[in-house]
Design a protein around this ligand. Structure first.
Ligand code: AMP
Length: 120
């Protein structure tokens, strides 16, 4: 079983202990602008639950939360006006992917032509 560290920065954002630039929130997820944006629009969507990565979220989260989370991703992109031009979503899981924050999150990138999927 994966151990969740509730001192991570996104847990603190969820608890309202540190601020974020919120883009969307519902019962299942919070979306906020990345502090170091890699595209004109770069938003992170996090579930309201103690999951380290996609690995334990996909295995252990209740179906309502998984559904609600992905609906929140779509709603966030729509609210940000990204549906017409398109957007990219990305999730880093573990060391090889350079996951920095141990609370499952999905990146939404958009606002320009994003080029090829992987740079290197
Ligand atoms: P990852 O490498 O997938 O774990 O991505 C973590 C992301 O979190 C990076 O893009 C960081 O810029 C972003 N980040 C870290 N701290 C904050 C914060 N306090 N508010 C918003 N984004 C953050």
């Amino acid at each position: 079983m994966t151990t969740y560290d509730d001192t991570n920065i996104f847990a603190k954002i969820l608890r309202g202990e540190i601020p974020c630039n919120k883009a969307y929130e519902d019962d299942f997820a919070v979306a906020f602008h990345d502090i170091n944006p890699q595209a004109p629009v770069h938003v992170l969507v996090i579930p309201k639950g103690p999951y380290v990565s996609l690995a334990d979220f996909s295995a252990d989260a209740p179906p309502e939360l998984i559904t609600g989370f992905y609906r929140a991703v779509g709603a966030t992109a729509k609210q940000l006006g990204l549906e017409e031009g398109g957007y990219r979503t990305l999730t880093n899981t573990g060391a090889d992917a350079h996951q920095e924050v141990p609370h499952f999150h999905l990146h939404i990138f958009g606002g320009r032509d994003l080029g090829p999927m992987l740079v290197r």
